[in-house]
Design a protein around this ligand. Structure first.
Ligand SMILES: [Zn+2]
Length: 241
C-alpha cells in the first residue's frame, strides 16, 4: 500500500498534486446504463500460476465516466478516432444546479439560479446536479435531465462539450434522446457520469482523457486542474475570473 500523503489537505479537495479526479472507478459488476454490457473484470494471469498478474476486462464503450462521440447517436457522425484530444481539455464553466427531484427536467432558469450564464461560454460546460452520489444504486436511473431548449442555448453560446454527473443529459427510460441529438448532431461531444464536482470553482480547467478507442465512445479519466492557491475571497464568495 502506498503511504498516505502527509500534511494538511489541499485546498478545494485535491486528490493530490492539485488534481481532482472526476471519474468513477471501473470495478467488476459496477453500475451501467440500463441495457449496456455488464462490466466483468477477472484475473486472466496470476502471479502464482503465471508469474505476472493480468486482468481480463469485458465492458461497453460507455462504461463509467465516459465521452460520447457524435456517432453514438448520429449515423455517419464522427467517431472517437476523429475526436482530437484538445477538444476534451480546456476551460470549463461549472453550473451547480441543486435541489432537483427524481426525474426533474431542469431548464434555463435553473441553470441561472446562482447567476447569469455568460453569453460567450468556455468550450466545456459541466452541470453538477449532485446525482453522482446515487451512481451505485437504482436511483441513478431516476436522474434529473437537461431541457433540450437549454442544451440548444448552451450550444448557441459556444459550448463544445456538455459534461454531466448523471447517466445521461436525457431522461433514462424516456422517449428519444433530444439533448444527445442536439449536441452530437452539432458535431459536439457529451461526457457522462462525472463525480467529485462539489465545491468545484465556477471556472476551472479540466481534461477528459479517453482510452484510445476508435468507435462511438470511450471511458475517460476526468481531471480538474485546481488553482494552485485558493482564489481571493471577497465577501465570503470565491471569486473566479
Ligand atoms: Zn454515453
Amino acid at each position: 500500500m502506498p503511504a498516505e500523503p502527509s500534511g494538511p489537505p489541499s485546498p478545494l479537495g485535491s486528490d493530490g498534486g492539485g488534481l481532482r479526479d472526476l471519474s468513477h472507478p471501473i470495478d467488476d459488476g459496477m453500475p451501467v446504463y440500463p441495457g449496456d454490457p455488464h462490466v466483468q473484470l477477472s484475473p486472466a494471469l496470476t502471479l502464482d500460476r503465471d508469474g505476472v498478474a493480468v486482468t481480463a476486462m469485458r465492458m461497453g464503450s460507455h462504461t463509467g465516466t465516459h465521452v460520447d462521440a457524435p456517432s453514438h447517436t448520429v449515423a455517419g457522425g464522427r467517431t472517437m478516432a476523429d475526436v482530437r484530444l484538445d477538444e476534451l481539455v480546456g476551460e470549463a464553466l461549472v453550473l451547480h444546479v441543486r435541489g432537483l427531484h427524481d426525474g426533474q427536467v431542469y431548464d434555463w432558469d435553473l441553470l441561472e439560479e446562482s447567476g447569469p450564464v455568460p453569453e460567450a461560454l468556455p468550450p466545456i460546460v459541466i452541470i453538477d446536479t449532485g446525482w453522482a452520489r446515487w451512481f451505485s444504486g437504482e436511483r441513478r436511473t431516476r436522474h434529473p435531465a437537461l431541457a433540450p431548449h437549454a442544451a440548444r442555448e448552451l450550444l448557441r453560446r459556444g459550448m463544445h462539450v456538455l459534461a454531466v454527473d448523471t447517466l445521461s443529459p436525457d431522461p433514462t427510460g424516456g422517449e428519444g434522446f433530444p439533448v444527445h441529438e442536439a449536441v452530437l448532431g452539432a458535431d459536439r461531444l457529451i461526457v457522462e457520469n462525472l463525480r467529485g464536482l462539489d465545491e468545484l470553482p465556477t471556472r476551472v480547467r479540466v481534461g477528459f482523457f479517453p482510452l484510445r478507442l476508435g468507435d462511438d465512445g470511450a471511458p475517460v479519466r476526468a481531471v480538474a486542474f485546481l488553482p494552485a492557491e485558493p482564489r481571493s475571497v471577497r465577501g465570503g464568495t470565491l471569486v473566479s475570473d
